[in-house]
Design a protein around this ligand. Sequence first.
Ligand code: ZN
Length: 162
Amino acid sequence: MDKDKVEDGVVVSIEYTLHVDGEQLDTSDGQGPLQFLAGHGNIVPGLENEMSGMKIGESKKVVVQPVDGYGEFDEKAFMSVPRDQFPKDLPLDVDTELTVRDDEGQGRYARVESIEGDNVRLDFNHPLAGAELHFNVKVIALREPTDEELEHGHVHEGGHHH
Ligand code: ZN
């Protein structure tokens, strides 16, 4: 059965642009629509909430505050790690982005903020932490997820699978 509005458990295809501080940071132009499974935390909560109930062809401007986007900037989310804790052949420079395993084995995003002597200072804030996100979204299509997508909690089209 076709779905007629955005609600939890529906695969939503959107065209979008994302602006931060007046600068376009991301867009679906040239990449094709973004698909996500609504209600499964696949996109930032502030955008997902505002899209609830939208119909095919409908457009909306959505402004998302950091708390409903990529989080507030956390002054404490920094850590200094000795260079020799990283693989020798791993190139490390300022702004290098890494995935660091935490104590529970979860991958966490980190960016090299600075390198001082033998210490690498990592910033664990999301690159868009603290940013007010300005989205323009248009709903292109709605469909039912497959059983597998529902089980995994994300969409499998568009080159992604894990
Ligand atoms: Zn999957």
